[in-house]
Ligand binder design. Structure first.
Ligand SMILES: NC(=O)c1ccc[n+]([C@@H]2O[C@H](COP(=O)([O-])OP(=O)(O)OC[C@H]3O[C@@H](n4cnc5c(N)ncnc54)[C@H](O)[C@@H]3O)[C@@H](O)[C@H]2O)c1
Ligand SMILES: CC(C)[C@H](C(=O)O)[C@@H](O)C(=O)O
Ligand SMILES: [Mg+2]
Length: 370
């Protein structure tokens, strides 16, 4: 059996709390012989800053590059509000994404039937929702230069962020979206703001040309990003795959999370290019949510986004779709039984803790795999 190297980065805030639940499941899968993980642990974000005075050490960067998959929970928090900008917790996550060239961020938003009433929208709007946001992750305004604050010397300052996209960056993320759509409901919605941004003009042009050249069988539509935000809360089931840039993808995925009941439900996979000979690709799996400082340390965070991120690792890094399906079904069953963490409680009076939710999913998984 192949041994997979897994680097676990719990990070800050609720990060270690939700990661502990994934570690239980990974230990179970290893113990039962489904998969052999060689697990190493590292530091990222504020927890790395406290020890190394940087948001990720060179040693942990090397281990991330060598891993078959990295699992990261969350970084950031008010404790590090005053550290220098370059050393802030989020810089560790951004460096992992950039240095590992994880350009494709897959953020599925699925509304489990049992949670249709937990959404802030009406049941009929979200029931059966299953969409995939494909977010470009290594370009755009997150990394464009110049990025600076200049003192103008007259009591004024000027802040500059730069949105940059090259043809190849748009093409490769577009290809991921079209290929995914072919395995789903065969529809891609591409989103930008070509009405005000040059990068939007190029985005639209490149995605349209790629469609004609390589994916004419897939339905393609374009929606301006502001209108798409509106459509996401108006009629979200019209979408199958949404492909968009780094910043719009960040915002739209937080919006999409509320369609599923909570930000605590959304997993993600950040993937690099496949190696042409081995087929392997660098990968990092993390929930869409952050370190949730408002609930950290209380043991009430929802671990489902983190656990589903392990599911995505089984699917996209370890070729174990069947096991991933069983894990997803175990989550669905726990929700069908009415078990709820506080964020998805809706009207329910009884809620369970982070570890009780992890245990309940593990118990269902034990049944699902035997
Ligand atoms: N991938 C990451 O590491 C990541 C992602 C987003 C934000 N952040 C960082 O996290 C910090 C806090 O940011 P924020 O408060 O804007 O966003 P957040 O995602 O941490 O929290 C937003 C809201 O959602 C709730 N929430 C989030 N995850 C939850 C979960 N699993 N269970 C229950 N409730 C949950 C929080 O309690 C909070 O009310 C910031 O430093 C930010 O930069 C990190
Ligand atoms: C923490 C932050 C850098 C990150 C982002 O903006 O990409 C987060 O919001 C996310 O959605 O993964
Ligand atoms: Mg975000």
């Amino acid at each position: 059996m192949t041994t997979y190297k897994l680097l676990v980065l719990p990070g800050d805030g609720i990060g270690p709390e939700v990661m502990a639940e994934v570690e239980k499941i990974a230990a179970f899968l290893t113990y039962e012989g489904f998969v052999k993980f060689e697990v190493e642990k590292g530091l990222v974000g504020g927890s790395a800053y406290d020890v190394h005075r940087c948001a990720i050490s060179e040693d942990d960067m090397e281990r991330a590059q060598a891993a078959d998959a990295v699992l990261l929970a969350a970084v950031g928090g008010p404790k590090w509000d005053n550290v220098p900008y370059e050393l802030r917790p989020e810089a560790g996550l951004l460096r992992l994404r950039k240095d590992m060239q994880l350009f494709a961020n897959l953020r599925p938003a699925i509304c489990y039937p049992a949670l249709a009433d937990a959404s802030s929208l009406k049941r009929e709007v979200v029931d059966g929702l299953d969409l995939m946001i494909v977010r470009e992750l290594t370009g755009g305004v997150y990394f464009g230069e110049p990025k600076q604050i200049i003192d103008l010397g007259n009591g004024q300052k000027r802040a500059i962020d730069t949105q940059v996209y090259d043809t190849y960056e748009i093409e490769r993320i577009g290809r991921i979206a079209f290929e995914l759509a072919r395995k789903r409901r065969n529809k891609v919605t591409s989103s930008e703001k070509r009405n005000v941004m040059k990068s939007g003009v190029l985005w639209h042009e490149v995605i349209s040309a790629l469609h004609v050249r390589e994916f004419p069988d897939v339905q393609l539509e374009h929606q301006l990003a502001d209108a798409l935000g509106m459509q996401l809360v108006r009629r979200p089931k019209q979408f199958d795959v949404i492909v968009t840039d780094n910043l719009f993808g960040d915002m739209l995925s937080d919006v999409a999370s509320m369609l599923t009941g909570s930000l605590g439900m959304l997993p993600s996979a950040s993937l690099g290019e496949r190696n042409a000979t081995t087929g392997a690709r660098k990968a990092l799996y993390e929930p869409v949510h952050g370190s949730a400082p408002d609930i950290a340390g209380k043991g009430i965070a929802n671990p489902i986004a983190m656990i589903s991120s392990l599911g995505m690792a089984l699917r996209y890094s370890f070729n174990m779709d069947d096991l991933a399906d069983r894990l997803d079904r175990s989550i669905a069953r726990v929700l069908e039984k009415g078990l709820r963490t506080a964020d998805i409680a809706g009207g329910a009076t009884k809620t369970i803790s982070t570890s009780e939710m992890g245990d309940a999913i593990l118990e269902e998984l034990k049944i699902a795999v035997h």
